[in-house]
Ligand binder design. Structure first.
Ligand SMILES: *Cc1c(COP(=O)(O)O)cnc(C)c1O
Length: 414
């Protein structure tokens, strides 16, 4: 027993509360891809999921999950022991084809994928160059790695190149010549919704022999003509296919693919190495057959209907972005369905989100440490299955609440 520890933890929680930064869990049951109820049965319109194509409630996906659950509700072990279901191999082969890579490995979550890949591949004397706004799972992967980590300014390839040159000089002075360099970046950044400058990153990776790793968690099923992600997005734009220039493409099954789990696509040697050495892969029970089967069914639907899904997603994104901007909200410009509405102070952001909740709309309030201090925001996401009516109603409500809050603030500051 250590009563002092409990007291200290309590104090820390109190401080979070006083700064409007404490977090609580609100229970929610999704009755469709866009609607959910709380414990009292109150219905909400949800504008905050990562369920970009709305496939969590698609009948084919649900049926695939049901069918695979007849092979057992759990996987019973790690893939290296008893948990290597047929479904896992099938999905890996499907993903390799989809991403045009030699091989794929599934991890239990996208978070685990980033941990397991980054700290397994990077060794002492290696250097990881990581974008300032990378996802927490990438940051944590670099923190448990033995390699040196240099963080470059968000999407700033000049800064990246400067850091690389500085490190090269230092290694020369120390007479170290066995270092490998890694560049790690989100494809679509999870908080700002902007897209990594992949062509420039490839150029730098080639020039300095870096292993280039891109995390397409918010890009797979979301950008690129057929939803293949960042590589395809730039192929559409420039006509140049960068598949071969990216060493590893990480992704998740938990966003557009309507299930749970993470994956990595790349050369077979990398994948075989991870199977042999990556501890989060080796020492954790595999995903259940039904979890994997639902992701595979979602992937098959995406492959079949990509034009329909992506057109809907893009139209919904444009509509919401335009309505909010016309209404005077401070929206970070972009083309992805992640729409950050910058509010500023954490307490005001909380209040905004609570007011929306009263009107039956759920939008997440994102506060530090997820974003820098003073940049608290509503992080609104639209998905392909939102209707035009749902989008216009939500935009109108957001604009009205914003105007009311502004008036109140002006009055208070008068
Ligand atoms: C969501 C996300 C992850 C984590 O994926 P999970 O499957 O939810 O664990 C990793 N990287 C990025 C960029 C993400 O947005």
């Amino acid at each position: 027993m250590n009563p002092n520890l409990e007291m200290k933890l309590k104090e820390e929680l109190e401080e979070l509360k006083n700064n409007n930064l404490n977090r609580t869990i609100d229970d929610l049951r999704f009755i469709s891809s866009t609607k959910a109820i709380d414990k009292d049965g109150k219905e909400f319109l949800v504008f905050g999921t990562n369920n970009y194509l709305g496939l969590t409630h698609q009948p084919d996906v649900i049926n695939a999950s049901k069918k695979a659950s007849t092979y057992g509700t759990g996987s019973t072990g790690s893939r290296l022991t008893t948990g290597a279901s047929f479904e896992a191999r099938e999905l890996e082969e499907n993903l390799s084809k989809f991403k045009s890579t030699e091989s794929t490995l599934i991890f239990n979550t996208g978070y685990m994928a980033n941990l397991g890949i980054i700290y397994t591949l990077t060794k002492e004397d290696d250097i990881i160059f990581s974008d300032q706004l990378n996802h927490a799972s990438i940051i944590d992967g670099t923190r448990i790695s033995k390699a040196k980590v240099r963080v470059y300014k968000h999407k700033d390839t000049k800064d990246l190149e400067n850091l690389i040159q500085t490190e090269i000089k230092e290694l020369k002075e120390k007479n170290i010549n066995s270092s490998n360099f890694f560049i790690v970046t989100d494809g679509v950044f999870s908080m700002d919704g902007d897209i990594a400058p992949l062509p420039e990153l490839v150029e730098i990776a080639n020039k300095y022999n870096c292993c280039l790793i891109i995390d397409d968690a918010h890009a797979t099923g979301v950008i690129g003509k057929t939803g293949k992600g960042t590589v395809e997005y730039y192929k559409d734009k420039t006509g140049i296919d960068l598949t071969e220039s990216v060493d590893l493409q990480i992704g998740t099954l938990s966003k557009a693919l309507a299930s749970e789990g993470g994956f990595v696509c790349g050369k077979k040697t990398y994948i075989d190495y991870l199977i042999n050495k990556s501890r989060p892969f080796i020492f954790s029970t595999a995903l259940s057959p039904s979890t994997i089967a639902s992701a595979n069914a979602a992937l098959n639907l995406l492959k079949k209907n990509s034009n329909e899904y992506l057109t809907k997603l893009q139209n919904n994104t444009k509509l919401m972005r335009n309505l909010l901007k016309e209404g005077g909200l401070n929206v970070i410009d972009g083309e992805t369905p992640i729409i950050p509405i910058i509010i500023g102070p954490a307490d005001l952001t909380n209040k905004f989100s609570k007011e929306l909740e009263k009107e039956g709309i759920l939008v997440s309030a994102i506060r530090p440490p997820s974003v820098p201090k003073g940049e608290s925001r509503l992080r609104l996401t639209v998905i392909a299955t939102h209707t035009k009516e749902e989008i216009t109603f939500t935009a109108k409500t957001i604009i009205k609440i914003w105007n009311d809050l502004k008036k109140k603030l002006e009055y208070e500051n008068h």
